[in-house]
Design a protein around this ligand. Structure first.
Ligand SMILES: Cc1cc2nc3c(=O)[nH]c(=O)nc-3n(C[C@H](O)[C@H](O)[C@H](O)COP(=O)(O)OP(=O)(O)OC[C@H]3O[C@@H](n4cnc5c(N)ncnc54)[C@H](O)[C@@H]3O)c2cc1C
Length: 425
């Protein structure tokens, strides 16, 4: 890993979040009860939920809190998971389905609860969130799910083409589903707020401290960084889309796929008022879904895929900008001010994974683009697993994705077939 690899992306979030001092590098040998590797939502939330139940906690990150996906994402908070209803019931058979449905809702609630509890200043807004789609598959998906949620007593509504067009500001979609449980936040400010809360609760955080090696040590474990080492009884790996070879096979349980974001300068009020009437974030139901929102300074923040093979490449966001301008011709001529990207942890089955890697060693990863709520919830579940309590997300053993080394070809195939589907729908 080079210094270059841990430089901050030039994101809108980085330039608008309250600056904070860096956490110091680990430069000695220490011991702790619980060590967490990775200071994104998963790691920070694990610490916050475990802090009352373990003796002491150390978190290390190769960069700083929020440097990974947790400081780069679209800040969209959706309850909705991506598979259609029947597919989700297959993924979670029997009573597991009810449990997962409850967990999806509870994950969103948990984000807003933590923001409230720790007074995190991160522009959190519970405006509701929207999934929008075009074509027969999308109409079926949105109709089925909105009926399901309504029957479950949730405040979720199906909108037709004209109501969708009025809400979003484009006539492109056939239907949308407005879910009043969702919302949005400034993702890096949320990460930094969680880190601050950890510190206030007595958790030690070290930045610029890459875990280079993990080895058994008596009844526990030892993790080495370039500047020191940590002996611990319990260990959590919360490295997700940035997982390296620290634990054998862990990086082969997910495929890191690039997602890019681009943001305009603040749009004139006359234009901004024609977009996203009530400022809900929108995620598409599509073969290759885009996601977007307008922030509190009237910038359009627009996300879509990276290169066709799933890499960041040279961070060329021309395809995002032209898609945004096709959807919203009223923004023509807008000044696009920021481009950035990150690696989302995708699983072969679209399930988040809570893995038991060895005695007292766990990992949580694979949120498939829904990690603002689900990584936060995974932290709570990891804390339960570490302290021997029942978990809402089942604990699994590590299983690598077959033919993982061919993942670029697999991603290319999925993106191409997704584009074809979107073209013909
Ligand atoms: C562009 C983009 C847009 C997205 N949009 C949304 C969205 O709108 N809504 C949503 O719900 N989700 C979204 N996601 C997904 C969401 O951001 C992630 O699921 C979530 O942030 C994952 O959190 P995490 O803590 O598991 O991982 P991360 O935040 O990636 O944290 C992992 C950390 O591990 C550290 N690390 C890795 N290896 C080591 C090591 N060996 N030693 C020390 N540290 C290490 C990294 O430095 C990193 O800080 C998006 C993701 C991207 C990239």
């Amino acid at each position: 890993m080079t210094v270059q690899d841990t430089q901050w992306p030039d994101s809108l979030w980085r330039s608008t979040a309250e600056p904070v001092p860096d956490f110091d590098e680990l430069n000695q040998d220490i011991e702790t009860d619980l060590l967490i590797v990775g200071a994104g939502y998963t790691g920070l939330s694990t610490a916050l939920h475990a802090v009352d139940h373990v003796k002491d906690i150390v978190i290390i990150d190769q960069a700083q809190p929020g440097w990974g996906c947790s400081g780069r994402n679209g800040g969209q908070i959706h309850v909705q998971w991506k598979p259609d209803l029947a597919a989700l019931k297959q993924l979670y058979p029997g009573s597991q389905f009810e449990t997962f449905i409850e967990t999806m809702g509870a994950a969103v609630q948990l984000v807003f609860d933590l923001v409230e509890k720790y007074q995190i200043d991160c522009q959190a807004q519970r405006t509701g969130s929207v999934i929008a789609g075009k074509g027969t598959k999308a109409i079926r998906y949105l109709t089925e799910w909105s009926r399901f949620w309504a029957e479950a007593g949730e405040d979720v509504r199906l909108l037709d083409n004209s109501a969708t067009s009025e809400l979003i500001g484009t006539a492109h979609y056939d239907r949308s589903m407005l879910d009043n449980r969702g919302g949005s936040l400034q993702p890096l400010a949320y990460s930094r707020g969680l880190a601050r809360a950890c510190q206030e609760r007595g958790v030690t955080i070290h930045g610029n401290s890459r875990a280079a090696r993990v080895s058994p040590n008596g009844k526990g474990w030892q993790v080495s960084t370039p500047g020191g080492s940590i002996k611990c009884r319990r260990l959590v790996l919360a490295t997700n889309g940035y997982t390296d070879n620290l634990w054998p096979g862990l990086s082969r349980t997910i495929v890191p796929v690039a997602s890019m974001l681009t943001a305009t300068s603040p749009l004139p009020e006359s234009v901004a008022s024609t977009l996203l009437l009530h400022r809900q974030p929108v995620g598409e139901y599509a073969g290759v879904p885009a996601y977007y929102r307008v922030d509190d300074t009237n910038r359009l923040v627009f996300g879509w895929r990276g290169t066709l093979s799933g890499d960041i490449g040279s961070l060329n966001t021309a395809h995002l900008r032209s898609k945004a301008e096709r959807l919203f011709p009223q923004i023509a001529g807008a000044d696009w001010e920021y481009d950035w990207a990150g690696y989302v942890g995708i699983t072969s089955h679209p399930r988040p994974m809570l893995l038991k890697l060895s005695d007292n060693v766990y990992a949580g990863l694979g949120y498939n683009g829904r990690g603002v709520p689900m990584a936060t919830m995974m932290g709570k579940q990891l804390a339960f697993a570490l302290t021997g309590q029942p978990t809402a997300i089942s604990v699994e053993s590590l299983q690598t994705i077959p033919l993982h080394s061919l993942h670029r070809i697999g991603v290319l195939g999925r993106i191409m077939s997704g584009h074809l589907r979107d073209f013909f729908d």
